[in-house]
Structures are given as C-alpha cells and as structure tokens.
Design a protein around this ligand. Structure first.
Ligand SMILES: O=C(CO)COP(=O)(O)O
Length: 153
C-alpha cells in the first residue's frame, strides 16, 4: 500500500471509549489529565461520553452507545480523517455483544495509523508526548492512489 502524509493539528480530535468494567478507569484517567484534554476536541461513545462529561466536566461530543452503533460511527470518522487519536479502554476479561464492531474500530484505527491507547500506561505515553499538543504528521494509506490503481486494472 502506498502511503501519504496526514497532518494532525495541534488541537486534536480525540475519541474516548471504555467498556463497562473499564469506565471508572477512563474517568480517573481523564480527571488526572483534564488540564491537557481540555485543549482538544473530545468525542465519546454514548455512555462513556456522557459519563465523562458528568464526572470530569470536560466537553465531550457524544455519539451513539457502542452496542448501538457508536463504535461503527467512530470507525467511520477515523476512515474519513476526522479522529486523530483513539483512547479505548476495552475489556479483555469480558465478552461484549458487539465484538465485531470493537474489532472493526480497532482495525480501522490501525489501517489509518492513528495513535491508539488501550490502557492507562499507553494513554499516559500518548498524552505526555510533546506532539500531543503540536502539529504532527502521520503516514496514512494513499487512498486516491489506491483507488486509481484498482480502477485502472
Ligand atoms: O461499547 C463500547 C465500546 O465498544 C462503548 O459504548 P458506551 O460508551 O455506550 O458504553
């Protein structure tokens, strides 16, 4: 796959998601990092986003609840370059009914090469990196080229 560069603005679009048993951890992490997170645009799946607003006071644009399509909405936003980083405290110890959607979200985050954290320590590394508050470039699939190659076969 040929790659191109995508510029992430200093003020980033950050998706915040947690499964039920991990929600308290994400709330704690967001409270601990409120002073940094408040400079960015925050998005969350329905329950997570509403909880975060209530428990941290941060402004979070909420999507549908995960099992009702929220993971898919975020995946779509990632594919369209509308999300710059995904903080997703998923639950490795309990099954969820929408596991295919969870996989799809993580897959698209990987395809489009956005920084992803799935636990506190990786989220700490992301948020403590100076690039979190600066413009940065990431390599992403060159979609125009991909499509051109496919239709010219
Ligand atoms: O299920 C989720 C992620 O897979 C999160 O959804 P909620 O934030 O609505 O709980």
């Amino acid at each position: 796959m040929l790659l191109t560069q995508r510029k992430l603005a200093a003020q980033k679009n950050i998706a915040l998601v947690a499964h039920d048993h991990r929600k308290a951890s994400l709330v704690n992490w967001c409270n601990a990092n409120k002073n940094l997170l408040c400079h960015h645009h925050l998005y969350g799946t329905g329950t997570t986003g509403n909880l975060l607003q209530r428990e941290t006071g941060l402004a979070v644009q909420t999507l549908l609840s995960g099992p009702m399509g929220g993971d898919q909405q975020l995946g779509s936003m990632i594919a369209q370059g509308e999300i710059d980083s995904l903080i997703f405290f998923w639950d490795p110890l309990n099954a969820v009914p929408h596991d295919p959607d969870v996989k799809a979200l993580l897959r698209l985050a990987t395809v489009w090469n956005i920084p992803v954290a799935t636990n506190e320590s990786s989220a700490d590394l992301i948020i403590s990196n100076p690039l979190f508050n600066q413009t940065m470039e990431i390599a992403v699939p060159d979609y125009d080229r991909y499509l051109k190659d496919r239709i010219e076969q």
